[in-house]
Ligand binder design. Structure first.
Ligand SMILES: Cc1cc2nc3c(=O)[nH]c(=O)nc-3n(C[C@H](O)[C@H](O)[C@H](O)COP(=O)(O)OP(=O)(O)OC[C@H]3O[C@@H](n4cnc5c(N)ncnc54)[C@H](O)[C@@H]3O)c2cc1C
Length: 452
């Protein structure tokens, strides 16, 4: 039977990075990846003959982890700021520039953009509510807290479209502390939610200015990691899904063709798969079953339309629930947002539409393509678009819906893992959605694991 010091199950960003950390620590390492390619939600796809990002396409620069990894991988020179970062919110048939704030919570209630979206009455109500003595006691969801401090209109018209664009979920379902750690405590200290946002968001001018990308696509991060691991002798087995893990003095994993042993076992899959692999360990499996991953899908469209050259929605648009009039929850005007894409595609425009509000995605690709054509024309105001190519990319069970209790559950999971020496779980299941969080937590978890 094959044996390694460390076996990693799942070759997405977290799995690749976990293997990198174990290799740096001098361990023999193998990665078992179910798919044809490593990289997971960081991937590339060909549209109209051009290679662009098929999943994640930018990273937060408000945290240092991603830039630090990029530097270690020798990719710093390729980091680019978005050419445009002025996304819009589409609500009640109109597009508005997103006000400065965090996750849609405005930092300035008297700002013209905030008043334009909310209307004067709702904007005044927000001022009145947030001037009241601090009154948040039981509320834990982002939607509940914002509604109580700033009014329901702020949730529906600004927060929900943005949260849905990023996390594919309604803000009334999501735990505030998981999404915006520390904001509630700061707001309580200051006695004002929007003042806390102002303080924590700092002076960055626009919402999108806190992200960066990579010339050629952020899939270069996982591709470079993969190449580096290969160079260093890490064994990578693709199309090798792992179905089961057991422990008897050493860890044993089962693939379709073989059993493999290891001193350290790192699970870097989504929580549903992780639970099934770790079914022999009910203490862990039951905590994993509390973590809810949801589906999203993207439709990338290569299009010729004169209206798009004016970039009518800036870098893109986050769509408030329009009650069926529009199905997309968000859209990125990729060739407006990234100069490298524009240079690549010439007179074409690349737009991506994102589906899966609250994890509900049309299952038929043909229908999804029809929705995308209709949504594209409505959102961007196109009279007669010439669609040159379009492609559906599905990301099942790939975004974590951090419901109330999520953080407590993760704390219990951390504690329970200490009863299983040599076992670690990494990836968005435990870090939440976002590259910076995945990188930071994977590195911390691996240092903890390898120090034992
Ligand atoms: C459409 C989309 C857009 C996003 N956009 C952004 C963005 O712009 N910026 C940002 O910061 N974050 C973004 N995110 C989130 C970010 O991409 C993820 O949080 C991160 O990539 C997750 O990495 P991971 O390694 O935890 O999981 P994954 O990337 O899901 O990797 C898990 C891997 O496990 C493999 N696997 C599954 N089952 C098995 C098995 N049985 N055996 C072996 N292997 C298995 C899978 O094939 C996959 O390769 C986006 C996510 C999605 C889905």
């Amino acid at each position: 039977m094959r044996r390694f010091d460390c076996v990693v199950v799942g070759g997405g960003l977290a799995g690749l990075l976990a293997a990198y950390e174990a290799n740096q620590a001098g361990k023999t390492v193998a990665i078992y990846e179910a798919g044809e390619h490593c990289g997971g939600a960081i991937a590339s796809i060909k549209i109209a003959g051009f290679q662009v990002d098929a999943g994640a396409e930018s990273f937060a620069t408000t945290r240092p982890e991603t830039l630090a990894l990029i530097e270690e991988l020798g990719l710093s020179e390729l980091v680019v700021a978005p050419a445009r970062s002025d996304a819009r919110i589409y609500t009640e048939g109109q597009a508005f520039v997103i006000p400065h704030g965090m996750m849609g919570i405005p930092s300035d209630l008297t700002d013209a953009q905030t008043i334009a979206i909310l209307g004067t009455d709702a904007a005044q109500l927000a001022v009145t509510l947030d001037s009241q003595p601090w009154n948040i006691t039981e509320e834990q969801t982002l939607g509940d807290v914002v509604a109580k401090r700033l009014g329901a209109a702020v949730v529906e018209k600004i927060v929900n479209p943005i949260v849905s664009g990023v996390h594919a979920s309604d803000s009334y379902l999501l735990e505030m502390e998981s999404l915006l750690p520390g904001l509630l405590a700061k707001a309580e200290e200051l006695g004002s939610l929007h003042q806390a946002v102002k303080l924590m968001r700092g002076s960055a001018s626009r919402p999108g200015s806190a992200v960066a990308g990579i010339n050629g696509g952020i899939n270069l991060i996982t591709r470079r990691l993969y190449a580096l691991l290969k160079e260093r002798g890490v064994q990578i087995f693709q199309q090798s899904p792992v179905s089961h893990a057991s422990f008897n003095a050493v860890w044993t994993i089962e693939t379709k063709t073989e059993n493999v042993q290891a001193d350290y076992l790192v699970i870097a899959t989504n929580p549903v798969i992780a639970r099934s692999i770790l079914a022999d360990f009910p203490d862990i499996a039951s905590l994993l079953s509390q973590i809810n991953p949801i589906d999203v899908a993207l439709v990338l469209v290569a299009v010729k339309a004169p209206e798009l050259s004016a970039q009518p929605l800036g870098s893109g648009v986050l769509v408030a629930d329009q009650g069926g009039e529009l199905i997309a929850k968000a859209s990125t005007h990729v060739s407006a947002k990234w100069e490298w894409v524009k240079k690549l595609v010439g007179d074409l425009e690349i737009v991506r539409l994102s589906y899966g509000r609250n994890g509900i995605v049309e299952s038929n690709d043909e229908h999804l393509l029809e929705f995308a054509q209709r949504d594209l024309s409505k959102l961007y105001g196109l009279a007669n678009p010439e669609i040159m190519d379009s492609v559906v990319v599905r990301w099942p069970e790939s975004l974590i819906q951090a419901r109330v209790g999520h953080r407590d559950n993760l704390k219990k999971l951390d504690q329970t893992l200490t009863n299983h020496p040599g076992l670690m779980i990494v990836g968005s299941a435990v870090s939440g959605n976002g590259i910076a969080g995945v990188i930071g937590r994977t590195r911390t978890n691996m240092k903890g694991l390898l120090s034992v």
